[in-house]
Design a protein. Structure first.
Length: 508
């Protein structure tokens, strides 16, 4: 196939405009078409304004912006894209409409022209089925805003010629983006890997474990994520995220890991969509998120004693080291004393299970999440049972917040909050790798750039936290809840059994 110099873009909305911008900046001639002529005109004006701001900020010269703008060729007829070497479709997510566009394009362009779809949720194979030459049809999925989101998924349909994807990979690099390769499966990489964050967050809220703001704070300040699930859904808006949740769940034939929540269904139906409507999981005033005031940490009374449940050796040691730093009296007796706060350190279990197993006094028992470190300033999470007395909950807050570190109190939950969410995220990425949808390296690259997850992506995060610990969390959650959504991926299980990295391929 010949070198690509001319790119057609069908759709002058935000996505099409972004693709046109980076292509023109890379020196490609761009034929920009939309069925609405006014959309093309608006996109041109917007691009001109963007490039002018780039000049003002010293990021581009006037000569560079003028050259880029000159490469944008407005088109009022689809026939004007006939000379393109590549056409990228970026229109509404409707299979029938996309197929019609591809059929019309195929009748116009040369035999060597590549036809690519920017679809985020539809099958490339299904789109290509409408074409006489499906081998030249591929996915070229950018993320909004295109100039800032530096990852692009190159998707190979069942009939796509691999050389087509190779050319798209090269073009993505030329446009300053990082390409990742994916097979044609629902959600591809990023939208597939992003399901557990939202879905498990909703499940936690639905079980009344914690409120939206607390769940988000735990994910940010304990687990180290840029945003929690409810902040993220408010940003993307439920009219986007809820249909995607339902679509992926149904495309995977009701796979329990992707089970949506009635919480978003009801809010979606009621138009409570997020930032853009001024109300979502949070209220927004003048675009600013309104947060509930966090209660202050009570003063630590003199003579407080703590007894750690001898249940999980690693958790016990981490909690023991923290209590020593906090200068709190740790009672190291075989039996729990009658005047001490009882603290468990489970991985994947809940307080009720531990109380029942050890025959503890439920009114004095709490659990401390030790999975993500207990450094000063890093939010700590205390979990109560339904029988834990308020006075002992406040004692626990006073103990674990005595160095000024924020403490969140949650209701009983197999796997706390962050354990559940992070284990589900890593497990989901493992299953993408197990299905061969993408390489381990591309999974981490795509999710790190596309979703901003910490530690370089979910598989690298799993290695950093400890795959064995995450497997234990999942197994405990599945045992306690009986929910198949927590069943461990074989990719995770086998790598733990063999003692190798989660990024190790099928053949080391």
């Amino acid at each position: 196939m010949s070198e690509m110099k001319k790119i057609g873009v069908v759709g002058a909305g935000a996505m099409g405009q972004g693709i046109a911008q980076i292509a023109a900046q890379a020196g490609y001639t761009v034929y920009l078409f939309d069925t609405r002529a006014e959309a093309v005109t608006a996109a041109q004006k917007q691009l001109q304004a963007i490039w002018q701001r780039q000049v003002e900020r010293g990021r581009m010269t006037s000569e560079q912006t003028e050259a880029a703008y000159a490469l944008i060729q407005p088109c009022s007829q689809l026939e004007q894209l006939a000379d393109a070497d590549l056409v990228v479709e970026a229109i509404v997510e409707n299979l029938k409409i996309k197929q019609e566009v591809f059929q019309n394009l195929e009748a116009l362009v040369s035999e060597t022209c590549i036809l690519a779809s920017n679809t985020s949720s539809l099958s490339i194979t299904a789109i290509a089925q409408a074409c006489q030459r499906p081998e030249r049809v591929a996915g070229f999925h950018f993320f909004n805003p295109v100039p800032l989101m530096k990852v692009v998924e190159v998707i190979e349909g069942l009939r796509t010629d691999p050389q087509v994807c190779e050319q798209l990979v090269a073009m993505a690099k030329a446009m300053g983006h990082t390409p990742v390769r994916a097979k044609d499966m629902p959600g591809f990489i990023v939208n597939h890997a992003g399901r557990p964050m939202n879905i498990e967050g909703l499940k936690i809220a639905q079980e009344q474990v914690a409120d939206f703001a607390t769940i988000d704070a735990i994910m940010r300040e304990q687990a180290g994520f840029r945003m929690g699930p409810f902040e993220l859904m408010d940003l993307t808006a439920l009219d986007v995220s809820h249909p995607v949740m339902e679509s992926i769940y149904n495309q995977f034939y009701q796979e329990p890991r992707f089970r949506p929540s009635p919480i978003t269904a009801i809010r979606y139906a009621g138009g409570i969509l997020g930032r853009k409507t001024g109300e979502g999981f949070y209220r927004y005033e003048d675009g600013k998120k309104q947060l509930p005031e966090e209660p202050s940490i009570p003063a630590l009374a003199a003579g407080v004693k703590v007894w750690l449940v001898p249940h999980h050796a690693e958790g016990y040691e981490r909690a023991q080291a923290l209590l020593q730093r906090l200068d709190v009296e740790l009672v190291e007796a075989e039996e729990a004393p009658e005047d001490a706060l009882l603290v468990a350190t489970p991985f994947g279990e809940d307080v009720a299970t531990i109380v029942a197993h050890f025959g503890l006094d439920a009114t004095r028992t709490v659990a401390l999440d030790t999975a993500f470190g207990l450094e000063t300033g890093q939010r700590r999470v205390v979990m109560r049972s339904l029988l834990t007395a308020d006075e002992w909950v406040q004692t626990a807050r006073a103990v674990f917040g005595s160095d000024g570190t924020p403490v969140s109190v949650i209701e009983d939950s197999a796997g706390f909050v962050a354990q559940r969410l992070v284990a589900s995220i890593v497990n989901g990425a493992c299953d993408i790798a197990q299905q061969g949808i993408a390489s381990a390296e591309d999974i981490d690259t795509a999710v790190s750039l596309g979703l901003g997850y910490p530690k370089g992506g979910p598989l690298a995060l799993g290695d950093a936290l400890g795959a064995e610990m995450l497997l234990e969390i999942l197994q405990s959650m599945q045992m306690i809840t009986g929910d198949m959504r927590y069943r461990p991926s074989l990719w995770l299980q086998r790598r733990v059994q063999l003692g190798v990295s989660l990024k190790t391929s099928r053949r080391a």
